[in-house]
Design a protein. Structure first.
Length: 241
């Protein structure tokens, strides 16, 4: 398990490496450290502005990370930017974002420029409400069919995904961050979703949780025809069918 001192030292070393790499023309802290909200469990988030030789920069920095104790990495792309996420032997997560210099800049509030220049970029948006509603009822359809087919584990998987979208809808409704569960603990009553947790794969228990979740989805739907169709997905909890 990494220590705070180890994390802070590695971050300093990476910032120094960026400052001395002539191909890196800018760098910024992102994540919680950029806004003074870092805690014991925070990872390292560093964004690099790269003007030329992008592939070579990524390769060299990847080699550096493995020399420093990385055991694996995962790539996530956002437009033309590459986010390479490293797992260190100490279990520390290090996110290195490689941005073309023409697109380097803040897309959210957690961005603190260390050196170089940042462009003015559009801020990242909250999820689309209509899409969240659509995905929630789509998962609901498949929850119902999975339960009736006796496919309990598939139904459990689908209920969990349906809950994710309904919770994101509630975040939008209350004006908190609806991305990746970041605003869930800021909801007025997140405990309202406790009844949607599935305690077993018995059909009656799946139906019970699904019924509660469907009710929560209905509170987020304005369209009366859609609400009627969603209500028909789960006419009642176990014992009320």
């Amino acid at each position: 398990m990494f220590t705070v001192a180890e994390r802070d030292q590695l971050r300093r070393d990476l910032i120094n490496a960026a400052d001395t790499d002539p191909r890196v023309v800018g760098a910024a802290l992102t994540g919680s450290a950029a806004v003074g909200k870092e805690d014991r469990w925070s990872d390292i988030d560093l964004a690099l502005s790269v003007e030329t030789e992008v592939d070579a920069v990524v390769a060299d920095w990847t080699a550096l990370m493995y020399e420093r104790g990385a055991v694996s990495h995962l790539d996530v792309r956002h437009g033309s930017a590459l986010f390479r996420v490293f797992l260190m032997r100490s279990t520390l997560q290090v996110d290195l974002a490689f941005w073309p210099s023409a697109e380097f800049g803040a897309t959210g509030p957690t961005f603190r420029l260390l050196f170089g220049e940042a462009n003015e970029l559009p801020r990242a948006r909250q999820p689309d409400r209509a899409e969240l509603v659509g995905l929630a009822w789509l998962y609901g359809l498949h929850v119902r069919s999975s339960i009736e087919r006796g496919r309990g584990w598939q139904a459990l998987y689908l209920i969990n995904h349906m809950r994710d979208h309904v919770m994101s809808l509630r975040c939008l409704n209350e004006g908190v961050n609806a991305v990746q569960g970041r605003g869930l603990d800021d909801l007025r009553d997140p405990g309202e979703f406790a009844g949607t947790l599935v305690l077993s794969t018995h059909p009656d228990e799946l139906r019970r949780a699904f019924h509660v979740l469907t009710g929560l989805l209905l509170t987020e739907i304005n369209d009366s025809a859609l609400a009627q169709a969603v209500r028909a997905l789960s006419p009642g909890a176990a014992g009320q069918r």
